[in-house]
Design a protein around this ligand. Sequence first.
Ligand SMILES: C[S@@+](CC[C@H](N)C(=O)[O-])C[C@H]1O[C@@H](n2cnc3c(N)ncnc32)[C@H](O)[C@@H]1O
Length: 294
Amino acid sequence: MSDGDKPIPEVDALAADPLARWRFLNARRETVIGAIRARRGDEGDYWTARAAAPGAQMRVDPAHRFPPLDWLLDRVDAETTVLDVGAGWGRFAIPLARAARMVTAVEPSDPLRALLRENAAAAGVGDERLRLVADDWEAAEVSPADLVLCANVLMPLAEIGPFIRKLDAHTLRRCVIILRATAVDAPLVALWRAIHGVPYPRETTHADAFAALDALGIPAQVTLLPSAPIWAFGSPEDAARLARERLWLGPVGRDPHADRLLDDWLVTTLVREGDRWQIPAPEPRQALLWWEKG
Ligand SMILES: C[S@@+](CC[C@H](N)C(=O)[O-])C[C@H]1O[C@@H](n2cnc3c(N)ncnc32)[C@H](O)[C@@H]1O
């Protein structure tokens, strides 16, 4: 047997164990992004920075419907209790609280909880329908609920086995994990390598989460739904802003070489469609991974 035929234990473990693969993908991503941020002197918590200047997308119009919310609202009535884990600024928790008996929103970030409170007050949703819990899910002490929701939270977490088991243990009827089914950074992969000199460290996806659920013995169903286009903009400046954020470039001028590569990329990639601007990208979809109890 030649050396090339010998099994490589780490690779075998990654191939055989979806939870180890998840851990590896996120550790690799954190290492690469951590090095980029450190080089740029970019420190501090991502959500604190986002909440300091909340854009319109962090405000909640309770009348605004979108496919995953519709899917959830179809499964909620005035008797349903809901647990929203990682509720953010209340995109799901607030409209669900208007339809359900009670929503418990677990959210560890102080600035995001403050936004959630403001958004709930603006939507006329009071404490009797929406209860906030200031904790990580791993530490939160809450009662089980009919519907447990965990939307767009798992992606960066290192350890999802105990996290998912706890979601399952708190579910009375249905648990729903929502994750992107299309890679948001797909248009940026080549530019990432040109700017940072390393391959793009891919994010975990709904497919990785599905494999992890299977490894945990949870037979999830998968529902794919359309989601709002990410790479469509009102102006080229908005396109540059999102690309800068996804590439972790920091303010203009901090890395003139990267700024030049980004400008060149925008000139050759941005397409004008009427009064909108687009970067060609896969059609965005959200995945709902869900299972029922009992
Ligand atoms: C991308 S946001 C999603 C917010 C909301 N669920 C949505 O889909 O609009 C991710 C949220 O997960 C929260 N989060 C991160 N780690 C968490 C943890 N260990 N337990 C609970 N929430 C967490 C963050 O603070 C943030 O609010």
